[in-house]
Design a protein around this ligand. Structure first.
Ligand code: GLA
Length: 402
């Protein structure tokens, strides 16, 4: 890797930086698994516009595993002709006309996680194919590849370089589940995102206490399990490179399929709202996974809270730091570009609790106007906040210094 750093190159051209803020969108995996096709993906795009999500910033559709139909006689990757009879380029055109970008998926081995044709040995050719289809993002998985870090870095760097040379700006999402600590090397491999954990399941937390990323593969990663890994990686995130704690479970309510494996039986709306709050302040990519064509009112309210989205998309790009890390309370602080702060108060316990937060103890001097971003109102002025936080709820405050 001597002399090669895509990150440094993109950074020196600040105006062209990919992912100056975390990307937002919708991904096929947790709702459809591999049962995808162009018709349903178009319907999702239509729903993403009609629901106001595109306007709120959700402007990517990410095709996950299951789109591939093998290679043609020149070894070019082709989509499954039954699922995508019009081809991927036509789908990209459809998206672009609506102001939506299109992401696609491959893997750094012979086969993907679900057993479809992958890109090992065809990196340059596949990157050119994606560019010719006007693809805007590649999620690059790691099933079927060797365990060691050196091979992973080599394989991701090879695809990172291939995308860089493809003639199109294609965002690169590294998906090896945090097993080889990609927060140390993903940017140098050309990545703008790196998954930090095993696949998220539609549950609040595992019954066992997972101690490591490896444990999470076994017991299934709930929202809180993922927070416990991703929160401590705050110093690695910043403009152009983000920790990716996987998709939003908001609105899935225990749907069967990938999110339902390993005990993913669903969450309640307080828990989904917590995930939206925590993912927003951790500068995670905000990637919905629910059926956008059929959203109930709480799901819309959670996904479309523009004051919460603004925290995630804040140009300062600083991931919240978890200042209090107890069994009951977690308190996060995230500085914002205009000098405001976000304070998030999470009750991890199974019963409502009364919290008393002294902002000075969090390192925030002075007196603040306090705005509750879920109630959409200013709730007072002062140096502290006291109130009840429901079980698994996250209160989200924006503080403006007076
Ligand atoms: C892996 C990834 C998931 C999804 C599937 C597809 O498990 O981590 O996000 O892409 O593969 O097969």
């Amino acid at each position: 890797m001597k002399g090669f750093s895509l990150y440094a190159q993109t950074n020196s051209r600040k105006e062209n930086i990919l992912a100056p803020v975390p990307p937002m969108g919708w991904m096929t995996w947790n709702y459809f698994g591999v049962d995808i096709n162009e018709q349903t993906i178009r319907e999702m795009a239509d729903a993403m516009v009609a629901s106001g999500m595109v306007k709120a910033g959700f402007n990517y559709i990410f095709i996950d595993d299951g789109w591939q139909g093998g290679r043609d006689n020149k070894n070019n990757l082709i989509p499954d002709p039954k699922k995508f009879p019009s081809g991927i380029q036509a789908l990209a055109d459809y998206m672009h006309a609506k102001g939506i970008k299109l992401g696609i998926y491959s893997d750094a081995a012979q086969l993907t996680c679900a057993g479809y044709t992958a890109s090992l040995g065809f990196e340059e050719q596949d990157a050119k194919t994606f560019a010719s289809w006007e693809i805007d993002y590649l999620k690059y998985d790691y099933c079927g590849a060797p365990q060691d870090s050196a091979t992973a870095i080599t394989r991701y760097t090879r695809m990172g370089k291939a995308l860089h040379k493809s003639g199109r700006e294609i965002m690169f999402g590294i998906c090896e589940w945090g097993d080889r600590k990609p927060w140390y090397w993903a940017k140098n491999s050309g990545g703008q995102l790196w998954r930090t954990t095993a696949d998220i399941r539609d549950k609040w937390r595992s019954l066992e206490s997972p101690k490591s990323v490896t444990d999470l593969h076994r017991v299934g990663a709930g929202i809180l399990d993922i927070v416990d890994i991703n929160a401590d990686l705050h110093s690695f995130a910043g403009s152009g490179g983000w920790n990716d704690p996987d998709m939003l479970m908001v609105g899935l309510y225990g749907k069967k399929g990938p999110s339902g494996y390993l005990g993913g039986t669903g969450c309640n709306d307080i828990e989904y709202q917590s995930q939206m709050s925590l993912w927003s302040i951790m500068n995670a990519p905000l990637i919905a996974a629910n059926d956008l064509r059929n959203m109930n009112e709480p799901t819309r309210r959670i996904l479309l809270n523009e004051e919460v989205i603004a925290l995630n998309q804040d140009p300062l790009g600083q991931q919240a730091e978890r200042k209090v890390k107890g069994d009951i309370w977690n308190v996060f602080v995230k500085p914002l570009s205009n000098g405001d702060y976000t304070v998030a108060v999470l009750n991890r316990s199974n019963v409502p609790q009364t919290s008393g937060i002294d902002f000075n103890e969090l390192g925030l001097d002075g007196t603040y106007e306090i705005r509750d971003l879920w109630q959409h109102k200013n709730i007072g002025k002062g140096k502290r906040w006291k109130g009840i936080v429901q079980s698994h709820e996250t209160k989200l405050f924006r503080l403006r210094k007076l």
